[in-house]
Ligand binder design. Structure first.
Ligand code: ADP
Ligand code: MG
Length: 352
């Protein structure tokens, strides 16, 4: 018979802090104990979405949770934007598999701080995002929460065996591409945090956000780059690997290298940084390059293409060639503007 002990928290004698492993280490710890056994499971833990065989198509399944106080602060995030963002970040994981999103479920943990009106506001954003990304809301779950708001969304998407892009397909000499611009969401968050402090000190002060509209918008209203997915299809390009930039370029490129068993070289002068992001980073005493490497939540796409596809994408205004895939064991390296090579350290988004 098992002995039940109150408050044991699964600990025996050894206790390892989650912060020692980090999010990635913890997931790998879980992953190594689970082998998939059903033949329909094509990809389990380890990519942006799980992949399941479904007739002659592949189903994609992904889930993401947003926690108040960790992922969002309702003192400056309007509920409608939060609803939109919660859908967009899930759709982004389907995009990252080169798939098309179809259905979502939305589960909420609600404290009694929230009114019906507040939840309707949240759902206005959810509804707008469902319309924008052409996904159907098909269910969910509602429960009370001790404190704060938790939103957990699952998304189902579809793709085919010939279209799918995993994190593990990058090959030596492939070109590394990043869409849009990087670091804006992180720098936008710094602006929002500063304005919150100003407001807390003097409640007559209203936030001065006009000049920061673009970067603040990148934090509050991220877009999933489904437009790029459709364009890649029109151009007949299947990325050899792909991930969405949720944790930051450094960390997410490392995921591609880890899964693809390869190294990477990126060029400082090729990193796409918006001028407002650059100037605001400097204003905050932050290095814009570090922001573009380690700032999370841009939800742009990072992918690799074979050399043969170079010409098809070369002139694309929103896809930037930032480097190339190198041999295994070389790590992820940044060539600086003055020609030095430095190893990229991933700080990523640290929740623990
Ligand atoms: P993303 O940033 O693209 O959402 P994550 O870093 O959250 O990806 O997750 C990476 C992989 O680990 C995914 O396959 C995800 O399903 C899996 N994963 C994350 N958390 C858990 C967990 N608690 N249990 C099992 N698998 C998990
Ligand atoms: Mg992802």
């Amino acid at each position: 018979m098992m002995d039940y002990v109150f408050d044991s928290m699964g600990e025996d004698i050894i206790r390892t802090e989650i912060s020692e492993l980090g999010e990635f280490g913890l997931i790998n710890e879980i992953r190594k104990d689970f082998k998939t056994t059903n033949s329909s499971t094509v990809m389990g833990i380890g990519d942006d979405a799980a992949v399941v065989e479904c007739g002659d198509q592949l189903s994609l399944l992904s889930t993401d949770m947003l926690m108040e106080g960790v992922h969002f602060d309702l003192s400056y995030v309007p509920l409608m934007h939060l609803g939109y963002k919660a859908i967009a970040v899930n759709v982004s994981d389907i995009a990252a598999m080169n798939g098309i999103p179809q259905q979502v479920t939305v589960s909420l943990g609600l404290s009694n701080r929230f009114s019906v009106e507040a939840i309707k506001e949240l759902y206005k954003g959810i509804s707008a995002a469902c319309e924008a990304y052409k996904v159907d809301l098909v269910g969910g779950d509602t429960t009370s929460s001790g404190a704060g708001l938790a939103i957990s969304i699952s998304v189902l998407g579809i793709t085919t065996a010939s279209q799918i892009s995993y994190r593990n397909g990058a090959k030596k000499s492939d070109i590394i591409c990043a869409t849009g611009d990087l670091g804006a969401a992180f720098v936008g968050l710094q602006v929002l945090e500063r304005e919150k402090q100003v407001y807390l000190e003097n409640q007559e002060m209203q936030p001065q956000l006009d000049q920061y509209e673009y970067i603040v918008g990148r934090q509050l209203k991220p877009k999933a780059r489904m437009d790029i997915i459709h364009e890649l299809r029109e151009l007949n390009i299947v990325p050899t690997s792909m991930i969405d930039l949720s944790d930051g370029l450094a960390s997410d490129l490392k995921h591609i290298c880890f899964e693809s068993k390869c190294g990477a070289v990126i060029y400082e002068d090729k990193l796409p940084i918006d001028k407002g992001t650059y100037d605001t980073a400097v204003e905050f005493g932050l290095d814009p390059i570090t922001c573009s490497l380690n700032g999370g939540e841009d939800y742009e796409l990072l992918f690799t293409i074979a050399q043969k596809d170079h010409d098809k994408l070369e002139k694309h205004p929103d896809v930037h060639f930032i480097g190339y895939i190198d041999e295994a064991g070389t790590g992820v390296n940044l060539v600086t503007k003055n020609g030095n090579t430095v190893e990229v350290k991933a700080q990523g988004w640290v929740h623990f």
